[in-house]
Design a protein around this ligand. Structure first.
Ligand code: PLP
Length: 392
């Protein structure tokens, strides 16, 4: 029997990486040794002290019961303490922090809390697909803010038409940025806050990559900018900082009423995250932070291999200061899709076609450096051998 899908999911494309995984599986079946620079997922293990804490907590019977859907107070306090230590931001753990089952979960659900069918939401293009996915599921209409190289991959708020700005209820921003690797400074966030106040727009800043940075650069929290809490919130998680993507735990922090609304929404949908996992995240947030610098040194080396390798083939790329992504234009004569296909066919290397992140991503591809350096070296060698010099 074939059931009729609800309108809201009929037009929902499969999640971007579902397609990539299919291609990889198919090539592997054909016996190709695929090197995937596709998905951004830390390959280094979760630190020992975090695993040990989880192991200990798994044996505690009270952790086997339903957790609170907003998170244990001790977890929310660990997030607040992390914000104080790392960003100098004061948060009330009881009112200004709620746990999430990964930041993806909160990003998808926030639209349900603030967008009615037909409402406009400002979404970066290219951007993490969950911003528009969640909004579309809620019946809202994304207005895509182009992120262009000329503007440092920041949205140009002045170019948003007045009628759209007036209609917009919410805006997603994300720096350090996936997929472009761009960063934002204090002035940009100040502009965002001014814009949000003028048009009464809720700002949702996604800070998933705040701990992945290089060359002495330390990303900001949106919440450290004066006035941010009045207009918005920040999503983040332990996923990237402590190699914990599989553990599924994150947070929303900031504006009290928004944090409460998402907590209320979630209390009707999920029952929070396993407490042993919350304890593990606390061990990460409260524990030694040297793992972050160690990770970043590994990523930096890999980043340099990719940038130097591509530049030797004819690209002219700058080294990104944050994230584990390299965003590069496709050579002359290619589209994003045809180049991604060409690279996999010729070199057995997976890169992500930029148009998967939105129309403005057309003409670009993304390389992720979350595999061992030797494999990245090999990927670049193969590209050099089978693709050779490129032109733009
Ligand atoms: N935000 C961005 C920009 C991401 O790239 C990702 C994951 O790749 C996430 C959020 C979600 O991370 P998590 O749900 O693991 O916190």
């Amino acid at each position: 029997m074939r059931f009729t899908e609800a309108e809201r999911i009929k037009n929902l494309p499969p999640y971007l990486f579902a397609r990539i995984e299919q291609v990889i599986a198919q090539k592997k079946e054909e016996g190709v040794d695929i090197i995937s620079l596709g998905i951004g997922d830390p390959d280094m293990p979760t630190p020992e002290h975090i695993i040990k804490e989880a192991e200990k907590q798994i044996y505690v019977p009270e952790n086997h019961q339903y957790p609170s859907s907003v998170g244990m107070l001790s977890y929310r306090k660990a997030v607040a303490d992390f914000y104080t230590k790392r960003f100098g931001v004061e948060l009330d753990p009881k009112k200004e922090v709620v746990s999430l089952i990964g930041s993806k979960e909160g990003i998808a659900h926030i639209s349900w809390c603030y967008l009615n069918p037909g409402d406009v939401v400002l979404v970066p293009d290219p951007g993490y697909p969950v911003y528009s996915g969640g909004a579309i599921l809620a019946g809202a209409v994304p207005y895509y803010m182009p992120l262009t190289k000329e503007n440092g991959f920041l949205p140009d708020l002045n170019s948003i038409p007045e009628d759209i700005a007036k209609k917009a209820k919410m805006m997603f921003i994300n720096y350090p940025n996936n997929p472009t690797g761009a960063i934002a400074d204090e002035n940009f966030y100040k502009e965002v806050i001014e814009f949000a106040k003028k048009y009464e727009i809720l700002v949702c800043h996604d800070n998933a990559y705040s701990e992945v940075s290089y060359d002495g650069y330390l990303p900001l929290s949106f919440l450290q900018i004066p006035g941010a809490k009045e207009v918005g919130i920040e999503f983040s998680s332990v996923s990237k900082a402590y190699n914990m993507t599989g553990w599924r735990i994150g947070w929303i922090a900031g504006n009290e009423s928004v944090v409460e609304a998402l907590g209320r929404f979630k209390s009707n949908i999920d029952s929070g995250q396993f407490q042993a996992v919350q304890y593990a995240a606390m061990a990460g947030l409260n524990g030694p932070q040297d793992i972050i610098a160690a990770n970043n040194e590994i990523y930096r080396e890999r980043r340099d291999v990719v940038i130097d390798g591509l530049n030797a083939m004819g690209w002219n790329l700058e080294k990104p200061k944050a994230t584990f992504y390299i965003w590069a234009p496709v050579p002359k004569g290619f589209t994003s899709a045809s180049f991604a296909e060409y690279v996999i066919e010729k070199a057995g290397v997976v890169v992500t076609a930029g148009n998967g992140y939105g129309d403005q991503g057309e003409g670009y591809f993304r390389v992720s450096i979350t595999i061992p350096k030797e494999r990245i070296v090999e990927a670049l060698e193969r590209m050099k051998k089978y693709i050779g010099k490129v032109e733009f």
